[in-house]
Design a protein around this ligand. Sequence first.
Ligand code: ADP
Ligand code: ZN
Length: 749
Amino acid sequence: MIARVSLEIALRKEFDYLIPPELAGQIEVGSRVQVPFGTQKFGERKIFGTVTALAEESAQIKLKPILKVIGAQSLVTPKVLKLARWIGEYYCCAPETALKSVLPEAIRKEKDGWKKQLFVRALNLSGDFPKLPKRQQDVWNIVEERREILLSELLELAETTAATVRKLEDRGLVEITSEISERDPYARETILPTQNIVLNPAQSVALKKITGAMDQPLSTFNSQPSTFLLHGVTGSGKTEIYLQALAHALEQGKGAIVLVPEISLTPQTVERFKARFSSGKLQTLVAVLHSHLSAGERHDEWHKIRQGRARIVIGARSAIFAPVEPLGLIIVDEEHETSYKQEEAPRYHARDVAIMRGQMENAVVVLGSATPSLESFYNCHRGKFSLLELPERVDHQKMPHVRVVDMRQAATKEKGTPLFSPQLKEAITQRLERGEQTILFLNRRGYSTSLQCPTCGYVCECPDCSISLTYHRPEQKLACHICGHVEKVPLVCPNEKCKNPAIRFSGTGTQRVEETLAKLFPKARIQRMDADTMKRKDDYRKVLGDFRAGKIDILVGTQMIAKGLHFPNVTLVGIIYADLALHQPDFRAGERTFQLLTQVAGRAGRGDVEGEVFVQAFAPFHPAIQYARRHDFNGFYEQEIEFRQQLKYPPVSRVALLTLKGRNEEKVKFSAEHLKRELEKTLKEFKDLILAGPAPAPLLRAETFYRYQIMLRTRAMSALSRELARIIQSLALPEDVTLAVDIDPVNLG
Ligand code: ADP
Ligand code: ZN
């Protein structure tokens, strides 16, 4: 027998290998194998790969044998293999690259296998019990009582060495065996089981539609009414619907995948799912996959799924590849989140992969959000997805009252623009007096965005990136937020002709907000929460715990505090600089601003007191800000989709972004122009194609590389991807210029 193997090197080619007799019967489609690659003359290496097909014979001659198989079960199921193939084609990357991404590193490399531990077990004795020396007797007493005990634990309890235990083994009293001990990342949590909640009418309608689609017989399964967009404001009970839909999948004997953005994959989120399904009638193991697990924990969680013991998987982006079989349901929570898009090859979007997987495996897909992406809402309008709406909060709480403050009016001639408008200052004062809590949001860390000389206008920039350095006051340093470059703060303006010592700080970051607050409200207890203060795994938990316990009056933070947090005593939210995201050179700037404002505003007033939100803005009449103020998603959608239609931007069309990068700017520019001409020549049959560029990327230089971009827009993206793959393969680029293809990019930087 012959096995066709896709190797872990992006050659866009598969190779045939002999299955040696000793491995016969152990190799199937999806098996991970190790094979020899290369020639004796130039050096032979051992390489990992995945079997993609079996055959009787091969057209290739002199086949080498497979060296070994990894794992007892094939690791890539045929269904996941098919999904990987689609990813390679659609996202225009080498099939090997796509295949590599479907298995966690810990599984692919076989480095972290099951954890084996030594156990000591009491044996049944036939004859008379021997008289033992005291030390051995002490050990035996423990083993007899426990029947089975970890060797390490026994040694600790009996305060002895393994030699004593071996003596008992020689006497036939105990046996020492090596057994698998499963790592459970949540072993230390105590989780109380929960029951279904009685749904309100809007929730019941939504759940019925979802379970109705799940009950369709296979023969009539229609993937179009089987993808749902659950649009519900924060606190409208979406998660409860997910839980009950998951229960339905289990009752059908099927499994499910729940995707949540990495940032919301907190212990609280995981707990809500475990609490419903890890005990009681539908008891099933809930497996968790995310980047904070150790390699060993990931190995064990993954195998629990592959063995069919865990039926529900909850995880971030790559959990969409979990080998759940049969798959009944996929849930993508916060479907609008940009973190679902992988920013390196394969540049897949987990939401879109989820929809494709649902179609391939006849599984129902539920996308949930309080602020759906324009893409998904547009698909509802076109009849591709079904829209389910939960317009009200479960507890009938009113949406918070949002006030937009025009910061142009807050500015004074003498002092310029203050960080806090008088209105926001007054509101914070009230909260402090009433013992209520405040959240202040600014999506920019550091002290100030740039260091600029007031005399000559000199700005301190990163030597490797085209971006100004951010001033971090506590550490007295300037840092690049792209590449991490750090330098000292200059004492005088670095411009030789200027040398002005008054070089001053402009712009605002969270550090400056914190410092100004401390001056304005010296008695308030203030805590900052951003990537600079949350360095260790436990920091996040601790700060949120303190905030919940009322030990903090004002929490200042970046997007880290925008999501999913629920604090009943927070009655005020202030957004320091709402137009920040509007200035991004990206056609989605308005959409991002609307989403962010809505999410942040949703943090206010979830208790008995109605919440209040102050939005400080320099463009207070921008539609993204005004629609967010009125909690009007539909209004925002209507005007935004019109703009997208006029300019032929997604979701009306699709985008492919080609980025060329290299250290020599002229070469990069030249290569981009050459590529543009090739594209113009070969893509004539795409009637709706819009080709823009080459143009310098919004961030022209990053980590010493210059970057130029070409943007293509068409409705026929699958066909375009195929053409692009062909063009790229025959494209001759200078050695030091590389090309990256991003299909449906979410980041145009
Ligand atoms: P979302 O996911 O939309 O933010 P959740 O599902 O987390 O909303 O619901 C918010 C809170 O309301 C949770 O504490 C949840 O247990 C509770 N809840 C959900 N549905 C109901 C219901 N029908 N009746 C009472 N409480 C509910
Ligand atoms: Zn830099």
